[in-house]
Design a protein around this ligand. Structure first.
Ligand code: SF4
Length: 331
């Protein structure tokens, strides 16, 4: 069992819910013609960042549908803002977040090496859920969910020395052997590049009006089994993260999970809007004797080993927030 459990304090920015993929379990995605299809404006982003500052958040979690500009209508929206792709737009949003004093952590889906090179100087860390290496009906027709494309993105992050978050989605039709194989792929990538800071073990949560609305979510015991296997397969310097709003996390911590991810005191979990975050002030009571410690979106070992450009705006901000151990100073 870990002697401490970490989390970061974030604001969640769902920049767009338009996506080229159609995952069978996704309740977030909207077609561009849907009345709830969305592309956040700079003013909307700034309003959330302002609140993030007020709530002392250090992480701006930028989330997207993947490559939405493959839809003609969305392309018109993004062109109207003066950009040719959502990743181009993201570059400017990251700069704005840094100017507000909040560290970007972006999850725009599968990216090219070139795109990642552009984003690295503006992101404390980045992420892409590998989900699974299995080919599943839940991902049928989803170009971005071809496992090799996702592995390539994670590998490119390693080549660029980007502290990286990935994870498994549990209960979307994969077997236990698939989960083990997925964990082994992540382990091998980390052994090559040393860049995986955390692996999220996330349970599938059925959403109304989706193909998988009537599929069962994984049992608590299944989550315990996966976390136990993950702790056995992954190297010690890779944290296991479990979402505190979707899991009975105290049991999972007893099996080796040591991180609760971003917890927002202001914004909801836009991917699982029905699941409320716990209050940060209540964590100590739930965790009992286990120490809770706030971290930045970049894990301490990457702060201490300076996986960022010193003297840059991003580097200055990381150093302003970090204590001598690389965690959040004063929290
Ligand atoms: S890639 Fe993400 S946003 Fe797009 S459909 Fe799949 S789960 Fe939803």
């Amino acid at each position: 069992m870990p002697d401490q459990v970490t989390f970061s304090r974030n604001v969640f920015l769902p920049i767009t819910n338009v996506c080229r993929n159609r995952c069978g379990y996704c309740g977030f995605r909207r077609d561009p013609t849907h009345p709830e299809a969305n592309l956040m404006t700079v003013d909307e982003v700034k309003r959330i960042l302002e609140e993030g500052v007020r709530f002392e958040c250090t992480e701006a979690l930028f989330t997207f549908g993947e490559r939405p500009e493959e839809h003609q209508l969305f392309r018109e929206w993004i062109n109207d803002l003066g950009y040719s792709s959502v990743i181009e737009y993201l570059v400017d949003l990251c700069e704005i977040a840094i100017d507000y004093g909040i560290l970007p952590h972006s999850n725009p889906g599968v990216m090219s090496l070139r795109e990642m090179k552009r984003l690295k100087p503006l992101n404390a860390s980045m992420g892409l859920m590998l989900e699974t290496v299995a080919t599943l009906p839940a991902h049928e027709g989803c170009a971005g969910k071809i496992p090799s494309a996702r592995i390539k993105t994670i590998e490119n992050a390693g080549r660029l020395k980007i502290p990286f978050t990935t994870g498994l989605l549990i209960g979307i039709g994969e077997s236990m052997a698939d989960r083990e194989q997925t964990l082994e792929v992540v382990r091998d990538l980390h052994q090559r590049y040393r860049h995986i800071q955390e692996v999220i073990i996330q349970p599938f949560a059925p959403k109304p009006d989706t193909e998988m609305a009537n599929c069962p979510e994984p049992s608590h015991q299944e989550m315990i089994d996966v976390v136990t296997i993950a702790r056995r397969i992954l190297p010690d310097d890779v944290a296991i993260q479990v979402p505190p709003n979707l899991t009975g996390f105290p049991d999972l911590i007893r099996c080796g999970a040591s991180d609760l991810g971003g917890i927002s005191p202001y914004t909801i979990d836009w991917i699982n809007p029905e699941a409320e975050w716990p209050r940060i002030s209540d964590l100590a009571k739930t965790l009992g004797n286990i120490r809770q410690r706030e971290r930045l979106p970049i894990y301490p070992q990457y702060v201490l080993n300076r996986w960022y450009e010193r003297g840059s705006k991003l580097g200055d901000l990381i150093e302003k927030y970090a204590d001598r151990d690389g965690f959040r100073d004063g929290h």
